[in-house]
Design a protein around this ligand. Structure first.
Ligand SMILES: NC(=O)c1ccc[n+]([C@@H]2O[C@H](COP(=O)([O-])OP(=O)(O)OC[C@H]3O[C@@H](n4cnc5c(N)ncnc54)[C@H](OP(=O)(O)O)[C@@H]3O)[C@@H](O)[C@H]2O)c1
Ligand SMILES: *[C@@H]1O[C@H](CO)[C@@H](O)[C@H](O)[C@H]1NC(C)=O
Length: 278
């Protein structure tokens, strides 16, 4: 009977998810340093100082859920004198505020041919990614590893000083899961490029209203509603918190060449403004 087998699959999915969550939470207790970055100056002042430096940035993946939100925040806060989107298709924006946003169209299979797209940006943000479900295993590696690494190389040659990479919670080059392994590998390879500053973000499940329908992610997000209520920093992070964390982290001077921000640190960095506002 279809109803019964459907129910069976549902229970199996819930069961596996709970086991996975339990495993992750045990893992987290031992691996999450939980260090809270301290805000020395008022956020507004920091932002003002940052603007006055007239820096430029590029965003890879600005058409995606994270990239879109990041661009919105950057435009609203007027953090950069020049913003360039590097992507495979031209995006259209209704809002006047976006009129000075530059766009460079590239063929990711031949990135070598587009050095000028990457040239002359102080800060780079990489929010590229696909899934095995959407692109197959080879396609996933191509985007999440090859395109990301090549973009980072091009950015480095183009003079980028601070490269920000959106990775994932659990990224680990020794993992037996393809997704986590590829994420871990690309983190390590980009680190070898030796940017003046390299920030890695490892968000857990991103909470947003995704346009595209991905039933399994939708289901996981719904399951996460009560769990994220009980343990707000453990399994998920709102998209707005992530992008705020990326920008707050960027504005805060770091004495570290490489900063690795786990989900919990993303929550505290992203909520800095809120705390200040109290
Ligand atoms: N979503 C989550 O819950 C979550 C959690 C942790 C980590 N992450 C990671 O965070 C990153 C961003 O996630 P997201 O959910 O914001 O991604 P998304 O909405 O799927 O956006 C992906 C971006 O990558 C671009 N892209 C995909 N395939 C491409 C290709 N073949 N060639 C050129 N560009 C391509 C897309 O451009 P087009 O619009 O042109 O396709 C889009 O701009 C990913 O690396 C993901 O693994 C996500
Ligand atoms: C940034 O641009 C403003 C306005 O064009 C200019 O007054 C200022 O000197 C510039 N700052 C730097 C650090 O270049």
């Amino acid at each position: 009977m279809p109803g019964v087998s459907g129910l069976g699959t549902g229970c199996w999915a819930v069961g596996s998810l709970l086991i996975l969550l339990a495993a992750i939470s045990i893992h987290q207790e031992y691996s999450d340093p939980g260090e809270l970055p301290r805000m020395e100056k008022d956020l507004q002042k920091l932002q003002e100082e940052y603007r006055q430096m007239n820096k430029s940035c590029f965003i890879l993946g600005a058409s995606g859920e994270t990239g879109k939100e990041l661009l919105k925040e950057i435009v609203q806060r007027q953090l950069f004198s020049k913003i360039t989107l590097i992507g495979r298709r031209k995006l259209t924006f209704e809002d006047e505020a976006y009129k000075n946003v530059n766009q460079e169209l590239v063929d990711f299979e031949k990135l070598d041919e587009y050095p000028s797209a990457f040239q002359g940006h102080d800060v780079g943000f990489c929010c590229l990614g696909t899934t095995k479900a959407k692109s197959g295993e080879a396609g996933f590696i191509r985007v999440d590893h090859d395109y990301v690494l090549k973009s980072a190389q091009m950015a480095k040659s183009g003079g980028c000083k601070h490269f920000n990479l959106e990775s994932s919670r659990g990224a680990n080059k020794a993992s037996s899961f393809l997704y986590l392994r590829v994420k871990g590998e690309v983190e390590a390879e980009v680190e070898e490029l030796d940017f003046d500053r390299f920030s890695i973000f490892r968000p857990a499940v991103l909470l947003c209203d995704r346009q595209e329908s991905r039933p399994s992610e939708w289901f996981a997000r719904k399951m996460l509603v009560p769990i994220s209520y009980m343990f707000p920093t453990a399994y998920s992070v709102p998209m707005t918190t992530l992008v705020k964390a990326m920008l707050n982290n960027m504005m805060l001077q770091s004495d570290k060449k490489v900063d690795l921000l786990e989900n919990k640190a993303i929550h505290s960095l992203g909520d800095l403004g809120k705390q200040e506002g109290k």
